[in-house]
Design a binder for this molecule. Structure first.
Ligand SMILES: Nc1ncnc2c1ncn2[C@@H]1O[C@H](COP(=O)(O)OP(=O)(O)OP(=O)(O)O)[C@@H](O)[C@H]1O
Length: 303
């Protein structure tokens, strides 16, 4: 999925380098480094409180780093959220943050009409180009028929797609998705995965925070695992799934040895570790899945 449109020595779309963030005496992030290339999808996973949202907030200028740096296309990331659109960065929120009384179309127009000198157009006159872009985005997400419906009347999966449309309408080069699969059923997650692949296929880089491991495995080129503010593993979804440190971080116990003597019995598993014994792979028995947190509200929140 990674595109090759940039020169080989060009900076990555997103570079997080030595990022350290503290809240009073708490070190939420400690020397965190990773990159996201053009058109690459990277998932940031980790147990609750690991620091995932803090990474997002640091990229968006919502929290100040004590040390380290965040660069987008080689330039310092905006120091305030108001600079995000200009930097080609867009994000969704765990709580969606929709305006319930505005229609779907009006919600999707918000990032277009609230930037630069176009803010005055919110109150009445709409730029036809903006409306066209919003309708095109809604169409692409299967939301065209809902354009005139107040967002607050929609079921949660549709509201979630509206929030995604609002993030996509500015045609970002870097899209940050905060628990995009949380609270969705299997069919909606499949549709979301298709959208993420399409977005990445168009060259947009995607950084997502997600607890749903099957979704992560489906869409992510690489996974970065945080625990207590440290990067404890990174690699392909398969590499990370098999990493004992990841298992330990989620389950709180050391991973068992790779080959464990097992009692003989009807299951036919050998007790010995001779070369013709079946190989026991304890790490495969449980993907490090933590159920999505659905209690963080579904409307009106900001990050
Ligand atoms: N504004 C804040 N003030 C104080 N502590 C904070 C603040 N924001 C985050 N923290 C703390 O920083 C740590 C990392 O929090 P963060 O929300 O980034 O974790 P997370 O991995 O996103 O967790 P979750 O999966 O539960 O959303 C936690 O210990 C959290 O309590």
């Amino acid at each position: 999925m990674t595109t090759t449109s940039k020169a080989a020595d060009s900076p990555p779309r997103l570079e997080v380098s030595g990022l350290t963030v503290t809240f009073g005496g708490l070190t939420a992030l400690d020397d965190v480094s990773f990159t996201v290339a053009d058109g690459e999808t990277v998932a940031l996973i980790g147990p609750n409180g690991a620091g995932k949202t803090t990474v997002f907030n640091a990229v968006c200028g919502l929290v100040r780093a004590r040390r380290g740096r965040v660069r987008v296309d080689g330039a310092p990331a905006p120091s305030a959220p108001t600079g995000l659109l200009g930097a080609g960065v867009s994000r969704t929120l765990q709580g969606l943050g929709l305006f319930d009384r505005l229609t779907v179309l009006e919600n999707v127009l918000v990032p277009l009409t609230s930037t630069g000198g176009r803010a005055r157009r919110v109150a009445g006159r709409r730029d036809p180009d903006d409306v066209g872009a919003a309708r095109e985005t809604l169409d692409g997400l299967g939301l065209a028929d809902l354009a005139a419906v107040p967002a607050g009347t929609l079921p949660y999966p549709d509201r979630k797609r509206v929030a995604l449309a609002r993030a996509l309408v500015t045609r970002p080069r870097l899209l940050l998705l905060d628990e995009p699969a949380g609270g969705l059923g299997a069919a909606d997650i499949d549709r979301l995965a298709g959208t993420v692949r399409d977005v990445a296929g168009d060259g947009c880089s995607v950084l997502l925070v997600e607890h749903h491991v099957d979704f992560v495995t489906d869409v992510a080129d690489r996974v970065v695992v945080l625990d207590f503010g440290h990067v404890i593993a990174s690699g392909t979804p398969e590499q990370v799934r098999r990493d004992p440190a990841v298992e330990e971080a989620y389950l709180g116990v050391p991973a068992p040895p790779l080959v464990e003597p097992v009692e003989t019995g009807s299951a036919g598993v050998s007790t010995s570790s001779t070369s013709d014994s079946p190989r026991v792979e304890p790490v495969e028995t449980g993907s490090p899945r933590v159920e999505p947190v659905e209690t963080k509200g579904t409307s009106g929140e900001t990050a």
